[in-house]
Design a protein around this ligand. Structure first.
Ligand SMILES: [Ca+2]
Ligand SMILES: [Ca+2]
Length: 318
């Protein structure tokens, strides 16, 4: 087991470290009880891999959810009678306990290890619908709302997340499939993750009819998040063909602070009307067309001038 903090700055897995957390990390390095040889000797440590807290055989973001919930709820030093969840990642011996060190070990392993999957567990069934919302809207690069664009125009598809419980604690994270007609619009760049959700980002896999598993989890595993609606990600896109394109889909693996089980959030879709680019006549036809207008105007002027002269001559008789 290797604890590397510096590398985290070079990855795209940003975490916020307070001075007290760094002290905890230093304490971990010096902790005489931290030893991989203890794996399998502690009833609250997963005997197969200590990072699989919820014991589903994978190390994925929902393991962070379970561990973070336990620490936020103040369960430090008090482990439940039965495991799993296997909260004691560090495998403290001779006396097991749960602390922020366990979560920090997971952060380190996810940043430098090869066993972490930044997305839902492979083969996981869609979780039941729960009290969370993912809302899409469409803007230009300056964040002005868009409802209609020309073919070829760039735009941003933005996703926002909201904890809709009566007593909201905030959104922990999500990995979502965005469904849309890829004949009408195409993805033009990597996802831009919201500043509140920069941990363990997944830019998604582009597939026919959309993109799979775009998402991340909270930028701070220790501090409370705002319970108001937050920007989750923005996807750069380009309008490809005329039509009305709808961005939606309900297949998402979403997580709320305080709930150990992932859920499926309600999705509020967004639509965009794409119209053809303005067309202009060929240059030859344009010259003829302008010439015709000029000729017509000249003829009208001549006629008007002659009418004026005629009236003047008539006036001269009297
Ligand atoms: Ca797991
Ligand atoms: Ca521990």
């Amino acid at each position: 087991m290797l604890l590397v903090i510096e590398n985290r700055k070079t990855t795209n897995r940003n975490m916020t470290w307070s001075a007290s957390q760094l002290v905890l990390v230093a304490a971990l390095v010096a902790n005489p009880f931290w030893d991989t040889a203890t794996v399998g000797q502690n009833p609250w440590q997963n005997p197969v891999t200590p990072f699989d807290v919820n014991d589903d055989t994978f190390f994925t973001p929902d393991d962070f959810l379970v561990e973070s919930n336990a620490i936020r709820a103040g369960r430090i030093l008090t482990l439940p009678a039965d495991a799993p969840p296997y909260y004691d990642v560090s495998g403290d011996m001779p006396e097991p306990f749960l602390s922020p060190l366990d979560l920090l070990l997971m952060v380190n392993e996810a940043a430098v290890g090869s066993d972490f999957i930044a997305g839902p567990p492979p083969g996981a069934a869609s979780p039941p619908i729960g009290p969370m919302q993912i809302r899409y809207d469409i803007t230009d690069a300056a964040a002005s709302p868009l409802s209609m664009v020309n073919v070829g125009a760039d735009f941003l598809l933005n996703a926002y997340v909201l904890d809709t419980r009566s007593g909201p604690l905030g959104v922990f994270g999500a990995y979502v499939d965005v469904v849309f007609d890829d004949q009408l619009a195409t993805i033009a760049g990597a996802a831009l993750h919201g500043t509140d959700f920069e941990s363990f980002p997944n830019d998604g896999l582009v597939v026919a009819g959309g993109i799979k598993d775009v998402g991340s989890i909270t930028s701070s595993l220790f501090d409370p998040l705002s319970s108001s609606e937050l920007l989750f990600f923005s996807l750069p896109m380009v309008a490809a063909a005329p039509g009305q394109v709808v961005f939606g889909g309900i297949d998402n693996y979403s997580m709320l602070i305080g709930l150990d089980d992932p859920l499926t959030a309600d999705v509020v879709s967004a639509s965009l009307t794409i119209v053809p680019e303005p067309t202009w006549p060929e240059p030859t036809w344009l010259v003829l067309w302008l010439g015709l207008i000029a000729g017509t105007a000249r003829a009208s002027f001549v006629v008007a001038e002659r009418q004026t002269q005629t009236l003047e001559n008539v006036g001269g008789i009297f």
